[in-house]
Design a protein around this ligand. Sequence first.
Ligand code: NAI
Length: 290
Amino acid sequence: MSEVRSQKIHRREDKVHKRIKKIGIIGAGTMGRGIAQVFALYDYPVVLVDEKETILQDALNNVKSRTEPELWNKVSGHIETSTNFEKIKDCDLIIEAVFENMDVKKEIYNVLNNVCKNDTIIATNTSGFSINKLAEAVEKPSCFIGMHFMNPPKVMKLLEVIKGEKTSENTLKSILDLSKKIGKNSAVVNDSPGFVSNRLLFALIGEALRLLEKGISDKEDIDAIMKCGMNHPMGPIELADFIGLDICRNIMTYLYESLKDERYKPTPMLESLVKEGKLGGKTGEGFYKY
Ligand code: NAI
């Protein structure tokens, strides 16, 4: 690349670094609605997009139920909802939070390639898909990055920021700067299956399930050891129920297949609970009864 062209790109990206003012969020499910709430609380205008009006209405009701009443006017005033992608065309940052499905995500990027401004940063909230693979579907991979919020986004302090091979330093700086502005502690990681958060978490959950299934201890005591002995707020088995056993199974399968590491292989008890539809807190029963 010529030096002049490279300088031009740098100048353009410097501008990006200085001005993330409006945020688009695609997908108003568990994560998208929570992320919208965080930005609105910090006075950023947000456009929240999903496929159906009913989902958007449900998202707003849910955000309202989780917002202090005195802050609701401000939060609702900052969130615009739409089923039309055109509404996000002037956003400086777009966060994709649709289903954890590679094809669905790539389809979204195809649409964004036609709708967004040239210098818009596109971020994905994927829990573990390769940022480099997803970046293949975006027009400007230098402006593509992972922003992995934890659930619930308003409560959890961490923002895991995933840098792809082609993510530019300015894109990274912009996101780290923004992360500070919304009160998050950011941690930067390179692209790798499950990043750091889910690789550590599911190594722990997998080992806890193997201890349980081998009869080394019962679930209450395994959880108590981590809570009282290691100061974890939740035990690993309780946490698996909280996350949802179907989601745990999917993430573990993905890690097992990508890393070829037995530690992540879903255990027989996890597989059978998922088959029986006992998915944890959300269905009233998982390893525990609720
Ligand atoms: P969800 O299933 O609750 O919500 C996904 C939303 O995307 C749905 O409302 C759906 O209607 C919408 N959607 C799907 N296709 C669309 C399209 N073409 N256009 C517009 N909207 C569309 O999923 P959830 O749990 O919010 O997960 C979203 C992403 O965040 C996933 O990549 C997941 O791996 C990741 N994640 C999830 C966490 C969790 O605890 N649920 C934690 C951290 C990351």
